[in-house]
Design a protein around this ligand. Sequence first.
Ligand code: ATP
Length: 236
Amino acid sequence: MAQDREHDRKLVTGSRLGHRFPGTAHLFSGLDFELRPGRIVGLCGPSGSGKSTLLSILAGWVTPTEGRVEMTGIARTGWVFQNPYGVPGRTALDHVCLPLLARGETRARAQRRALAVLASFNLARAANQPFRELSGGEAQRLMLARAVCSEPDLLLVDEPTAQLDIVTAATVNETLGAVAQDGTIVVIATHDPQTRAACTQVIDLATAALHDRPDALHDRPDVRADGDGVPARPGR
Ligand SMILES: Nc1ncnc2c1ncn2[C@@H]1O[C@H](COP(=O)(O)OP(=O)(O)OP(=O)(O)O)[C@@H](O)[C@H]1O
């Protein structure tokens, strides 16, 4: 199928990837991975282990001090920060319509799609609320909804469930899973065990940094794909 071929084309590869900031020890080194659509990739590890740094490397904002990242078929990268930002007086719906209108959708089609995506993030009731009235968790889910509507090939998300209750977090994880199934490579930096459990592939920076173990990057057994699960090296 054409969609399958499209999925096959998208690939993000990390080869012997490592990073240290000037004057600091390695955050991680020797990371090898292949990221493809259809899976949610979790970047895990304790605070300060380099999760946001690795997201920045994948976004192309930080150049790794070792190794390289190669992208195939990635035209658009979306990023959702830990701190939501928006236009205080604009409604949630306006925020999510914007990328659709920018791509040339009519207002009616943009609104239909935006409402569906808002609902998938459990935000249907907030659609007509101005951004300034949203809670922290609602605002962060709005950022996710907006990023999804820009249809990125690679979606980088920092701590999407940190401010959410268990039920809402499960909805977010489920929706991000559906986005991945739809052809986006989804990478999530997370501390949250529930989100980690929802990830189908995990890059564990704690393991990578501290132990020479072959399971620093592993798929869940039920979704294991060939070519992953390569070893990572100690970084410090
Ligand atoms: N530009 C920079 N220059 C120097 N050190 C930095 C820079 N950016 C981050 N660091 C340091 O690198 C380490 C890793 O930071 P990073 O934000 O990637 O960790 P993290 O795993 O995402 O942490 P958290 O879970 O707390 O968000 C931290 O000690 C941080 O202070």
